[in-house]
Ligand binder design. Structure first.
Ligand code: AHM
Ligand code: MG
Length: 348
């Protein structure tokens, strides 16, 4: 019976996107953009897996045996991501951590979605074989930045910046891919959070984490505590409190920190607790970038029932004033993020 569900039936990213299209949650053009991002992530994942081996033929920045300049993996990943988005023909403007300015895409013929991304976050971990990831967000199409209207490049650039600098609450889609023991793509289009694991044998992302919900409260905090001395006294008090076992029934919070946002965030999403990158005396806005780090992660976290905050404001409400703007980020279980806000704002 052809209509009977077979034991070999798989929900892949492709069939999942088709279902969303059928029910009218996304249109065909957005599905195409998301598929092209997934293709980029497969390609980047394979480069990351082989990083140690390709290095044997020449270190990054040096020439390899073919006499070609070897580029660093983050630069290559940016090319891979940009190429996939250009080729899909549905992207109008892209903004990447690796580019100073947003770029209008020449090949677009419809769709014109605005895509922001960090192609390879945490790349300082690569040489030690530690997890890294890609982060992305997709905004409403904008017809304002057509390359054929480019008689005035400077005005065009300003228009592109304006189109990219949107609040996170305008995101249509946000996601990340973790390159680790397996390659996992986690995605939201505003109707919950879904995780897909790459099956390397069939080359497909297979639905492995349907409708992810973050625990209401967790037992883990994830901060770079090396910066403790330059934190505000409220920030210090918060971490001191998590370590004070007497407040938590005799067992303190556990500390886990990879130094790779996608890995630290993914663990926080699945196990609960809080990930934080606070501002400090030297960098009042911390380190992470609003557009392609803080906002997509906050949307995913909220969609999973958690929260994303700067400590004083919901991350998704902030309209960036520049493309590479930084903001403090605290994401995770509702309980820990709200507790942090109360401590930072002196509202016990
Ligand atoms: P990058 O975009 O230059 O890779 O930096 C971002 C990374 C994040 O993955 C991570 O959360 C953070 O930097 C770690 O910073 P630190 O080493 O200061 O703890
Ligand atoms: Mg980054």
């Amino acid at each position: 019976d052809a209509n009977k569900k077979s034991q070999y039936a798989l929900q892949t990213l492709t069939t999942w996107l088709l279902d969303l299209e059928r029910e009218g949650t996304i249109d065909n053009e957005l599905a195409t953009v998301i598929s092209s991002i997934a293709t980029a992530c497969k390609q980047i994942g394979s480069l990351v897996n082989r990083a140690g081996i390709s290095n044997l033929t020449g270190l990054a920045g040096e020439t390899n045996v073919q006499g070609e300049d070897q580029k660093k993996l983050d630069v290559i990943s940016n090319e891979v991501f940009s190429n996939c988005l250009r080729q899909c023909g549905r992207t109008g403007i892209i903004a990447s951590e690796e580019e100073d300015q947003p770029v209008a895409v020449e090949e677009t013929f419809s769709g014109e979605y605005v895509v922001v991304f960090d192609p390879l976050d945490g790349s300082s971990n690569i040489d030690a074989g530690i997890s890294v990831g890609s982060i992305f967000g997709v905004y409403e199409p904008s017809p304002e930045c057509r390359i054929e209207d480019m008689d005035d490049p400077e005005a065009m650039m300003q228009k592109c910046v304006l189109n990219v600098c949107q609040a996170g609450n305008e995101l249509l889609c946000a996601g990340y891919t973790l390159y680790s023991s397996s390659t996992i793509l986690v995605l939201t289009v505003g109707k919950g959070v879904y995780g897909f694991t790459l099956d390397p044998l069939i080359g497909e992302f297979v639905l492995s984490h349907p409708d992810i919900k973050i625990p209401e409260k967790g037992k883990i905090y994830s901060f770079n505590e090396g910066n403790y001395q330059s934190w505000s006294k409220e920030q210090q008090a918060y971490i001191d409190s998590l370590k004070d076992s007497s407040q938590w029934g005799g067992k303190p919070y556990s500390s886990r920190y990879i130094g790779s946002l996608v890995g630290d965030f993914h663990r926080t999403l699945l196990y609960g607790g809080i990930y934080g990158y606070p501002g400090d005396a030297k960098n009042p806005n911390g380190k992470l970038r609003l557009l392609y780090e803080c906002a997509p992660m906050s949307m995913i976290c909220e969609q999973a029932g958690g929260a994303g905050s700067t400590g004083f404001q919901r991350v998704l409400d902030i309209v960036p004033t520049k493309v590479h703007e930084r903001q403090p980020l605290f994401v995770g279980s509702k309980w820990e993020v709200e507790y942090l806000e109360s401590v930072l704002q002196n509202k016990p």
